[in-house]
Design a protein around this ligand. Structure first.
Ligand code: GN1
Ligand code: MG
Length: 361
């Protein structure tokens, strides 16, 4: 590991320790010491090349978006703390390849905290407001110029086809244990085309989307508690604004763990939903079209369903994509997601009312 860090800096390495709990990349905190004795930290990541085969385009997307945000920053923002910054290697590259593995370094934004589970509705409001601001700031960025680093990432129809394929192939010989979950995924396929069809027909605009809009991808300032910086920009791609809203509700709307075993607990918390809708629409109302606002009603169901499909597909494929800490974790992730979709189906009219109320339209 030390030799890799050495490609990015000549400063003395004090320690390298694992950090974060993402399912995809491996992340390390690297403590360094400058010649004058002062110490600082940077982040080093090994990019998961299985998930992201096109590292060059991925880094290009991140650099275009962060560069644009840095150039369009408001006066009260700190360029080193409000936007992620890539640290180029000593030879000037945005990443380095060693023996078929890809590494990058990022500026460590100190004195921040992240949350995996929403602790209070205000956190969710702040989180949604931060993602809405991200969309708003990038509203004039030419989204079509970004590469689709994971092709069809939020194409739920294709996710469904892949799910069916994993059921038919049944490579891990697990399909017989999960017939109920498979059936539920089939029954909810009506959701698959609800957003993709609107994008295809040009009824909603193509925007710069984060595509992993979870609470734990926002750094909050430790002192003020305010959202500071959006991280994990690997999946920044062109898409629909509502994908990010849907993902926030998926990951934070129940207020429970992604693999909660007590499914009784997994239902949409309306107070949290209201906070998220209010937070997003605080600036979302300024730039969203009427047609887009309508997609915000269904997106929580579509994106939660899409992740249920992905978790079950991975379970059936032998857990090759998402990291797992115990044997059936992907199955439990799928179950919580199916339960949440089922619950949201009942609450749809109320969800619609709340979205329109905060959008003011
Ligand atoms: C992955 O690694 P993490 O937790 O940021 C995944 C998301 C899923 C999420 C589910 C590139 O994100 O799409 O919604 O797990 N990222 C990728 O927890 O597939
Ligand atoms: Mg992440």
């Amino acid at each position: 590991m030390k030799n890799i860090v050495g490609l990015f800096t000549n400063d003395k390495i004090i320690s390298i320790s694992p950090m974060g709990n993402g399912h995809i990349n491996s992340t390390y905190r690297v403590s360094l010491e400058e010649e004058n004795g002062s110490q600082y930290n940077i982040i080093m990541q090994k990019i998961n090349n299985y998930v992201f085969p096109d590292v060059a385009n991925l880094m290009q997307n991140i650099c275009s978006v962060t560069g644009y945000l840095q150039n369009n920053m408001s006066a009260d923002e700190d360029i080193h703390r409000s936007v992620l910054s890539v640290i180029p290697s000593l030879s000037g590259k945005m990443y380095e390849e060693i023996d078929g593995s890809y590494y990058r370094c990022l500026v460590m934004i100190e004195d921040t905290i992240t949350y995996d589970i929403i602790e209070k509705p205000q956190d969710f409001y702040n989180c949604a407001a931060a993602f809405a601001e991200f969309h708003k700031k990038l509203a004039d960025f030419p989204a079509h110029t970004l590469a689709e680093t994971i092709v069809n990432f939020h194409n739920t129809e294709i996710r469904y086809e892949n799910f069916l394929k994993s059921v038919n192939e049944d490579v891990a010989r697990r399909a017989k244990n999960v017939t109920e979950e498979i059936q539920q995924c089939i029954d909810k396929n009506y959701l698959s085309s609800r957003i993709t069809s609107k994008l295809k027909r040009g009824q909603i605009p193509l925007r710069v989307v984060h595509n992993d809009a979870k609470l734990n991808n926002i750094l909050f300032d430790k002192d003020t508690g305010k959202p500071l910086c959006i991280v994990d920009l690997d999946t920044v791609m062109p898409g629909a604004a509502c994908y990010d809203f849907g993902d926030m509700i998926r990951s934070g709307g129940a207020g429970t763990a992604e693999d909660e075993h007590n499914l009784e607990k997994v239902c949409l918390n309306m107070e949290l939903f209201r906070s998220c809708a209010a937070g997003y629409m605080s600036s979302g109302k300024d730039f969203l079209t009427d047609e887009e606002i309508e997609t915000f009603v269904i997106a929580p169901l579509v994106i939660t369903y899409e992740n249920a499909l992905r978790f079950l597909t991975d379970y059936l494929s032998g857990d090759v994509y998402f990291g797992i800490k115990y044997a059936d974790q992907n199955l439990w992730r799928c179950r919580t997601h199916l339960k949440l979709v089922e619950d949201m189906e009942k609450r749809l009219p109320q969800m619609r009312e709340i979205i329109h109320m905060f959008a003011g339209r």
